[in-house]
Design a protein around this ligand. Sequence first.
Ligand code: CTP
Length: 423
Amino acid sequence: MRVVLGVGGGIAAYKSALLLRLFTEAGHSVQVIPTEASTRFVGIATWEALSGHPVSTSVFDAVDTVNHVRLGHEADLIVVAPATADLLARAAAGLASDLLTNTLLMARGPVFFAPAMHTEMWNHPATQANVATLRARGAIVMEPASGRLTGKDSGPGRLPEPEDIFAAALAAAAEAGADKADQAAAPYSGRLAGKTVTVTAGGTREPLDPVRFLGNRSSGKQGAAIAEAALAAGAQVRLIAAHMEVPVPAGVELVQVETALELRKAVHAAAASTDVLVMAAAVADFRPGENAETKIKKRDDGADPVITLVRNPDILQETVQRRAESGTGPALIVGFAAETGDGSASVLEYGRRKLERKGCDLLVLNQVGRSLVFGQDTTEVRILSPLDGPGTEPAAVAGSKAEIARHILDRIAEELDAALPSV
Ligand code: CTP
């Protein structure tokens, strides 16, 4: 595992040297990130010698490696010990005032705090509120041990023993790794904080008359799972929902639509104010040319009614084109494709052709056929990008729709990060 060990400015910082040893001796790679204040207790040289990695407190060192983004992203586990009252407050407020707090904001894996401070500071309502905030976001905050503190005082506030922190942090990491679906639902992560994600989901219904429509089998499960994963990653989420057979996730801004043309209007309206557009909806390619005002009745002469279909606009392709023409629109447009493959081309070939035709930034390719995707809970996807080298075959990822959603969101976050200026 790649472990980040954050060290706060308390006298108990020396105990973290033992904690570091426990991790390295168990075969984990540890990157220590001390706060500036903590280096008054244990110096950088100690951490570098014990961890075997360069150590810095500042975002302005090793700027070329974008440390403030990379360390949090790469860490499988972040352990902060000792977590002082000040550090808990900065983490709860989401401040990014040094390398450690930047790393906490970029975390994707479990985040674990082992507090150490005087009893009065621990019991203070401000600290307790900060602890509650962090826990509500999915971080694990250990209870401090009780016993002798720095001065003559004693009581709750002592840093738990390194062996106890080590065991509890490993258990938290195992639990987080063991249940990926839960991770998707509640990661301690702000990696899409401040971003707006618009997701289209469900199947459009194209009316024939006041009581009949042409529809499709889309359940909206994948779109709903993507909206949930985007919420969990801290994004503001707008869900443009056609017909769905699953509940709309709580916390999204809902735009309800019925037809492809309504969905198109909603996407156009959202395009200017969204960072990411994920087109997971099953949009009908055709609609009845006429929507009869009154119910179509059986005819007395026995003649069968003829329904003429007309093409619906390709909303995905159109949105990509509008962005190119206007220079504004979502930074990232993600399309979906469900393909079966046939004698003339494979699923992957059809996927590549569709990506080129639609012009989107990523295409989530689903293989459909014998094991139907519609309405099922598990699926397998590959994510294609126009930047894939020739002959590359992106890895297929299988899992529940929640796991696939997290995989897609991870890729979206990576693409957005890559588009950032490098500091
Ligand atoms: N899509 C769209 N507007 C349409 C049809 C599809 O925006 N009128 C979007 C879907 O939301 C999806 C992607 O395009 O993200 C691919 O949909 P798909 O139906 O597989 O593509 P088609 O262009 O209809 O291709 P095919 O010829 O395979 O039906």
